[in-house]
Design a protein around this ligand. Structure first.
Ligand SMILES: Cc1cc2nc3c(=O)[nH]c(=O)nc-3n(C[C@H](O)[C@H](O)[C@H](O)COP(=O)(O)O)c2cc1C
Length: 335
């Protein structure tokens, strides 16, 4: 019998497949179906910092009437209550999720300034979450804000939340740092328990008919996995925090690659939105099959075996390899 168990954020998971934050995890019956299909843990949809701020201001709902009275930073907000039930409803969702499933339930906060997060993270812990994922989302569009200031903001936020709670804390990151390895090691030094690679940003599009900027959300594709594999492989020997890969994981072999690169777990959303929750069974069957076919008795036996320190050619994860890729394409171009 192949042992699929893995340890992530100090939690013993029965296998490395976590269901990532998405609207799918907003429903208790979905969480139960995920557990039955074999998911090892679930991440609830993020509660947005702005929702906590609104609640703090006594506004539980954005309506056209009160929108005008909100500060500039909050005026763009749509009415979000139905999505994750708002700040109070979120705590109830954690509590109900914990009662409904026996796999770990990870809560998620999305934002970038400490404000209400610290206090709210305590409430999340009190509601019973097994861990907390901080999805720090900051788009540095103002030219007077330096990369150092942005990094300090991240570190400050993570330190504050780490001090506030005893449950494990993971940070879901974007790859858009000019010195990502440095940033990751600084975050690691805060004592954060996990780094989740990577957040996906939803990029606005332009509607040519209405000439409006419209939100656009594409599900991921498998090609996105490679950026995650590279960084998991590079960071695996640099940080103590557990690594999780999210983005482009669709098949059992994608989990194998992520584990080999150095991840302790993988988190999936798009593939389940495309194929349904029961597809978890299929992915886990593929993972088990691969391990059996290759004589591997456990997930831990392959973890980190292809990280940058352990591969024959460490430069293969770096830029030097760019020339080899170009060389391999020689002769393939049409005349
Ligand atoms: C519709 C949708 C909603 C999402 N909502 C959240 C969210 O609330 N919080 C979060 O951290 N990530 C959110 N994500 C990102 C996913 O959790 C996941 O990390 C990302 O999509 C990459 O995984 P995938 O390639 O399996 O989709 C969302 C993704 C999708 C597709």
């Amino acid at each position: 019998m192949t042992d699929l168990s893995t340890k992530y954020l100090g939690l013993l998971l029965k296998n490395p497949l976590i269901v990532s934050a998405s609207p799918l995890t907003a429903y208790i019956d979905n969480l139960q179906r995920m557990e039955v299909a074999g998911a090892a843990a679930v991440v609830l949809p993020s509660l947005f910092e702005e929702q906590i701020e609104l609640q703090g201001m006594g506004v539980d709902k954005v309506t056209p009437l009160n929108q005008q009275t909100l500060p500039d930073a909050l005026q763009h907000l749509p009415e979000m209550k139905g999505y994750n039930r708002g700040a109070n409803g979120y705590l109830a969702h954690i509590y109900q999720a914990k009662k409904a499933v026996s796999i770990p339930v990870i809560a998620s906060l999305n934002g970038y300034y400490s404000g209400g997060w610290v206090q709210y993270s305590r409430l999340i812990e009190a509601a019973g979450a097994d861990a907390l994922e901080l999805n720090i989302y900051y788009l540095a569009t103002r030219p007077n804000i330096s990369s150092q200031e942005v990094e300090e903001m991240y570190l400050h936020l993570v330190r504050d939340v780490k001090t506030a709670v005893t449950i494990p804390v993971a940070v879901k990151l974007s790859p858009y740092f000019s010195a990502f390895a440095n940033m990751a090691t600084q975050l690691d030094a805060t004592g954060v328990d996990g780094l989740v690679l990577f957040n996906r940003f939803y990029q606005p599009d332009i509607d040519l008919e209405t000439r409006e900027v419209v939100p656009s959300l594409d599900l991921s594709s498998r090609g996105e996995l490679r950026l995650r594999l590279r960084w998991a492989a590079i960071l695996a020997s640099l940080v103590k925090a557990d690594l999780a890969v999210t983005g482009g994981v669709e098949q059992g072999t994608d989990i194998v690659k992520s584990l080999m690169a150095g991840a302790k777990a993988t988190a999936v959303a798009s593939v389940l939105l495309k194929h349904g929750i029961e597809h978890i069974k299929h992915i886990l069957a593929e993972l088990t099959q691969w391990l059996e076919d290759h004589g591997e008795k456990s997930v831990s036996a392959i973890q980190g075996t292809m990280n940058q320190q352990r591969v024959a050619d460490p430069a293969a994860f770096e830029r030097a390899n760019y020339m080899n890729v170009l060389k391999s394409l020689e002769g393939e171009s049409p005349d």
